[in-house]
Every structure is written in structure tokens, then in C-alpha cells.
Ligand binder design. Sequence first.
Ligand code: SME
Length: 166
Amino acid sequence: MNLVIFMKEQQLDALLENINYEISLLSNASAFIKQVFSDISWVGFYLCQDNQLILGPFQGKTACTLIPFNKGVCGACATNLKTYCVPDVHQFPSHIACNSATNSELVIPLIIDNSLYGVLDLDSRCFARFQPDDQEELEKLALIIIKHLTRWNLQADFSSSNWYTA
Ligand code: SME
């Protein structure tokens, strides 16, 4: 086991353990990821609401508020329920340029009980910033976030009736 990856998992798990409010949990999860990964210009959540993705807690510059399921890397991730690792966003046909300085992007679906809760989106100014080991690491962190989002004592702000079932 890679000790550095394991430590990030342990740290995030411990950080989220004591947070019982959904908005607070997502906010600190995005802040944690921004702190522990280098060369990340933006990290945050887009959440399923009214058959589209709405901007959730994030770290970085202001971003698009609504993303339809058929637009952008986030929309592709939401529609196909798989991680998208895009080394050059300028080559991705429907990429939404919230920030023109972004050159690569990683988007991970957050699936709870076979429905899409939302996506975890990371942007970088570097081309090909996200390598397979980063993807693996961030997918593990996404599972920890899901574990805490489904904790019995979490006070939810977003109703599960809004989650998207393909
Ligand atoms: N670039 C994304 C939109 C969200 S921003 O990166 C914050 C996309 O194409 O889905």
C-alpha cells in the first residue's frame, strides 16, 4: 500500500467524521482536496437537482452555476456514470470553460444506492495534471466522502428525490 495515499484517506476520514451537516461536509472536503493536491486551480461539487447539475461547495474562482447533463465534462460524467480524466480540455468537444486558464480536468461520479448524487470536479492549469495514480487516489477519497454522506446522523440539505437514476 502507498503510505501517502493511505494517509490522505485517513486524514479525510478523520476530518469528515465530526461533521454532521451536508454543506459543511462538502465544503471541508473540497478545501481538504485543494490543500493536499498540488497544481489544482479549482475543486468542488456539482449536485443533481431538477435533472441538471447545480454548483455546490467548492474552492477556487467563481464557476458556472448550472450544467445540463449533456454539456461539459461534468455532464458526460453524470450521463455515463464514469470518471472522466481529460488531459487537454480544449480537445473535449463540449467542455465548458468556466475559467479559460484550465487545461486539464478530472470528474468523478458520486453514486449512492445506484443513483447519481453529484460529481466531484477538479481543474488544473497544467496539461495532463491528473495521472492514473491521482485518479485512483481521488476515487478513494470520493468513496470516503460518500461513506460520510450516507452516515445515519448526517443532516441532509439535498433531498435524495433529486438524485439522478440512469
Ligand atoms: N469545465 C467543466 C465545468 C465546471 S468548471 O470546470 C468548474 C465541464 O466542462 O464540465
